[in-house]
Ligand binder design. Structure first.
Ligand SMILES: Nc1ncnc2c1ncn2[C@@H]1O[C@H](COP(=O)(O)OP(=O)(O)OP(=O)(O)O)[C@@H](O)[C@H]1O
Length: 345
């Protein structure tokens, strides 16, 4: 059975201070469904404090809803117990921002993969578990002979993140929640890891929630984009629709904040430029192909037209080669402007 998680009209309110008098609505009236018969990739995009992590924790069952409900395969999540809870824990996996935090430094890196395989009964012996671990490592581009037997500090951040993806994969989940999975890996690995997640969806039918502050990578990998702001869904829809025909001023501001890869070409929406107009690109092609040859070639081969006809995607391509944190900072700045615009509406 393919797992489905559904949030229906969920509010999450945190209270603090004396007598719990300080109330913070981290999520308000959030509804969302992932998984099911047609597993796809949903990106949750929002600035810092918009409620992304709270939403992730809610869908993982680590955070309870103040009102509304969260269902797993149609059953209220807070009522899951026994074998249903075990199935949920195996079927819904998470990948977090900081892969180092997920490891116990005293154990070798295969430990967090072998243990759940045994716990969930997916391997009858340690040898069988190790064999499955090797397979999963190969799927994410790691050489098991160079990885197994090492301690977490002996691997790079990118390798540790791949191990976390391998861990999720080995448990044969229906849904993976990836919370900022590439924000701590360097630029050269970012597109590799995103592509890996995209392939898990395409080849293995795993539904993905990709949580990010970065609209460009969201557009690169997701079929659906959900824009979160102040704990509320500003907009949710097909990625093409949300990017090319944003309905909410906040989404529009986020799109405007994506820097143009070529300062002489302005693809901001504000001046009436059609960002879908490929004539804006020099010679009608992606001007950044030489700088990101491998990603560009892969995209041309496997998912045309990803970078070469679309300026926003071209800028995502370009960002792989520069510093995407610039985008994050710029988005934060523009988000503050958008906040004022939304409040004035
Ligand atoms: N346990 C908590 N107690 C009180 N307030 C909280 C708690 N957890 C989160 N919040 C508040 O809820 C809001 C949403 O936080 P959340 O961590 O979900 O945002 P985020 O979008 O993931 O931010 P970031 O990208 O910075 O991690 C914030 O204002 C945060 O301060």
């Amino acid at each position: 059975m393919t797992g489905t998680i559904e949030a229906r009209g969920v509010d999450v309110v945190f209270t603090s201070g004396i007598g719990g008098r300080v109330r913070k609505a981290a999520l308000s009236d959030v509804s969302l469904s992932v998984g099911g018969a047609q597993p796809s990739i949903t990106a949750v995009v929002g600035e810092s404090g918009s409620g992304k992590t709270t939403l992730t924790r809610l869908l993982l069952g680590f955070q309870s809803a103040t009102s509304g409900e969260v269902l797993y395969n149609g059953q209220p999540m807070n009522a899951l117990s026994g074998s249903d809870l075990r199935t949920f824990r195996r079927d819904v996996q998470a990948i977090f921002q900081d892969p180092f935090e997920a490891f116990n430094p005293f154990y070798k890196v295969e430990h967090p993969l072998v243990t759940p395989l045994r716990t969930f009964g997916l391997a009858r012996s340690r040898d069988e578990a190790l064999h499955l671990v090797e397979q999963a490592m190969e799927t994410v581009g790691l050489r098991p002979q160079e990885t197994i037997g090492k301690y977490p500090h002996q691997l790079s951040g990118g390798q540790r993140q791949r191990i976390m993806i391998a861990r999720s994969l080995a448990l044969r989940p229906s849904v993976i929640l990836a919370d900022e999975p590439v924000s701590m890996v360097d630029a050269s690995l970012r597109s590799t890891i995103l592509e890996m997640l995209w392939k898990l969806n395409r080849d293995q039918g795993i539904a993905l929630i990709y949580v990010t502050h970065d609209l460009t990578t969201a557009y690169q990998v997701a079929e659906t984009i959900l824009v979160l702001y102040g704990g509320q869904i500003m907009e949710i829809g097909a990625a093409e629709e949300v990017i090319h025909r944003p309905r909410h001023p906040y989404t529009r501001a986020l799109i405007d904040a994506v820097p143009s890869p070529d300062p002489s070409v302005d693809w901001n929406l504000g001046d009436g430029t059609d960002i879908g107009d490929t004539h804006n690109l020099p010679d009608g092609g992606c001007p950044f192909a030489p700088r990101c040859a491998s990603a560009h070639d892969r995209c041309r081969a496997e998912r045309p037209p990803l970078f070469d006809t679309d300026p926003l995607r071209a800028s995502a391509c370009w960002l792989d080669e520069t510093d995407a944190h610039t985008t994050g900072a710029e988005i934060q700045r523009r988000a503050a402007e958008a906040r004022a615009a939304v409040a004035a509406e």
